[in-house]
Design a protein around this ligand. Sequence first.
Ligand code: ADP
Length: 468
Amino acid sequence: MGMRVLFASAEVAPYSKAGGLGDVAGSLPRALVDLGHELLVVTPWYARLGAAARPLWIGDVDVPFAGDGVRVGVGTLEEGGVRFAFVGHPSLSRDRLYGYADDAWRFALFARAVPEVARRVGFRPDVVHANDWHTGHLPVVLARGWHLPEGFWHLPSVFTIHNAQHQGVSDLAETLYWLRLPAELAGSFANHYGRYNALKAGAGFASRVTTVSPTYAQELTRPEYGYGLDGAFRSLEGRLVGILNGLDVEYWNPATDPYLPAPYDARRPNDKAASQVALRERFGLETGLPVLASVSRLVEQKGIDLLVAAGPRLVNAGWGIVILGTGEPAVEAAALSLAADNPGRVGVHIGYDEDLAHLVYAGADAFAMPSRFEPCGLSQMIAMRYGTIPIVRATGGLLDTVEHGRTGFLFEHATADGIVWAAARALDVGPGTDRWRALQLDAMRQDNSWRRSARRYEALYRAARSAP
Ligand code: ADP
């Protein structure tokens, strides 16, 4: 029988997105609807919503918050069988999603508003799914909060960690006061070295805790990856499970992709050549070079600095390199100077460019992800679907989705040497050879669709309901 699932997220593509969380919140609810469930997605009403979305304002609700409570607006729309409720408040209606001094307050208010908003739209959930620190308060409020609408007290909850680096740390007493939680929770799992930690709180109070790949679930329990919460994650023992994210295989489909000069897929892989020509022309690369590409945020996590450091050796080995990305100024500058030193061999475009990203995925031979950590990663799945062989660090979701020597190449160490080593293994096989084509076909045929993952969330919701 279908369940009613309340899904709360600070990002939902295509309305708002800063990273993988937005993609998941955009895709998983739809996949669950396809399995016969009823979904309400509650998300902030930012000043500028993507896809020119215009929620219908249906009224205000009073949220029990801090001293006097706070009034928020509610907007709704429906898309692809999923109902969306947007929470409106001046503190949320800003240009950027995050990065403000009052983020802790903003998202405490958002999370605390979720039950009231659900009641306002007449949605009585069977289970609540919260995501990342912004909604980590929700499992606590459901388990221990006061002033909840009827039917919400002790609702089973699932909490998903998309990235443990961001934890939502704030003053302990103040945050409990905002959320109107009992003061004795100062001694609970929400406390991390004397401060309120929203990510830890969500993990501690939820009925079930997940993260976005089986390997990241294990890594989180180690000091190198836990960002100070490894002990907390260890104490969850069997309660923390990894479920891989899926890929939107309709949007990312080389057979129908409007940004490519010619469609192709595993049945007619040779037409990828047109995209390869177009990519080389776009970046002024010499013909005949195998191209190793990256489409990425240029931040420490992604290790693009390592790719740039390896650049001269990769060029010597015979690679052409393409980098599309934006982020930390130092990494941007280093990438640009690598391109300036290697005209015809290295092309760099600084910026966020969705159209160009499609051409890079299609037109490259190999795709580099030297991530220092990678909870799941979508880019490697996109690359594989486009017959572009991933060369990735053996961490998190990269280890769970790429098989060394069959669908890609893995390296152990987050160093320039690591990339150079794995790229040499790729050249041993050699783009254009029969063995390379076998890799491409295996990569293109891998099933990374959401359907499989949605089934696993479904099973988890059922488990949470029968034993919260
Ligand atoms: P993360 O969510 O950590 O950034 P993922 O691999 O899960 O990493 O997803 C990244 C997504 O963002 C991919 O769809 C990738 O193509 C896209 N992306 C990243 N940087 C850019 C860019 N500069 N231009 C276009 N798309 C980008």
